[in-house]
Design a binder for this molecule. Structure first.
Ligand SMILES: [Zn+2]
Ligand SMILES: [Zn+2]
Length: 284
């Protein structure tokens, strides 16, 4: 077993922080630049909400996301330490389990993370936790890609705890972890993009409809008490937590008619936590 000293921990922290900063700034930055600045006029019809947030809202998203990256990197150090101590199931040579398992493990990580996120997210919407913790993320009712990691530090710890836990449970190649975190970042940025990229009819499609769309998460920021899922539209279906107008809203945005729809939609001034009705029809 390799001995752990402070300089090793410091080195891992700096490495992880550099990777996290690069991942966040390159992905959120490029999508922000293309959609919100460079090709803004071309994509205007595909905005889920036609209006744009104030710059102070974007700066707030940046501030909280940067704070999250520091937390993520601290938790991320535990992955390196678990690997070094031999306690994790991280492996280095693809040949140990083969290529089919390599791809299967990425799918497993995604399914497990989707489930973990849905339930953590539902928990965060309990009034006791919402006002203390998750409210930070919901300060953006019309988010930009920079909101991808705009979390309260406690929520950031909960979010980051997933990977160190999973590497204890089943074998994961280093490359699968990197692919997973890049994929996760991309989906997070898309969820906060503010523009719909999927073609009309996607949400009703048997297979494509199982993926969440940018409109899905944008509606979560508008209405608070529906659309809790991350990658897949599975838990929201099982628990009956898709917004009743999800398909309708998606269609109007995908067909470029969101201009009319945005002006018709009413957003609650305060989150409805289900005091007047249960958030979920089928789950706790
Ligand atoms: Zn939420
Ligand atoms: Zn969000």
């Amino acid at each position: 077993m390799q001995s752990v000293n402070l300089s090793t921990i410091g080195m891992y922290y700096v490495l992880d922080l550099a990777g996290n900063l690069a991942r966040y700034s390159v992905m959120a930055g490029s999508f922000y630049f293309i959609f919100w600045y460079w090709k803004r006029e071309i994509f205007q019809k595909r905005r889920t909400q036609q209006n744009f947030p104030k710059m102070e809202s974007i700066f707030r998203e940046l501030k909280w996301s940067l704070s999250t990256l520091f937390v993520f990197s601290a938790v991320g150090v535990s992955i390196f330490l678990l690997r070094d101590s031999g306690r994790s199931q991280i492996y280095e040579h693809v040949s140990e389990y083969g290529w089919p398992y390599f791809f299967l493990s990425i799918a497993l990580l995604m399914v497990a993370h989707d489930t973990y996120f849905y339930w953590i997210h539902r928990l965060m919407h309990h009034p006791l936790l919402f006002f203390r913790i998750h409210r930070v993320h919901h300060l953006s009712t019309n988010p930009s890609p920079w909101a991808a990691y705009a979390f309260h530090p406690l929520e950031a710890v909960l979010e980051a705890a997933f990977l160190p836990t999973l590497i204890l449970l089943f074998p994961v190649h280093v490359g699968a972890i990197i692919a997973f975190v890049i994929f996760d970042m991309a989906i997070n940025v898309l969820g906060h993009l503010g523009y719909e990229l999927y073609p009309s009819g996607s949400t009703r499609h048997r297979l494509v409809g199982l993926l969440n769309t940018p409109t899905h998460h944008n509606m979560h920021h508008q209405y608070f008490s529906s659309n809790f899922g991350l990658y897949f539209n599975v838990w929201d279906r099982i628990c009956g937590t898709n917004h009743p107008k999800y398909h309708e809203t998606f269609e109007s945005v995908a067909k470029g008619q969101s201009e009319i729809e945005t002006s018709r939609r009413k957003r609650p001034s305060l989150p409805d936590f289900g005091h007047s009705h249960r958030i979920s029809r089928n789950c706790p």
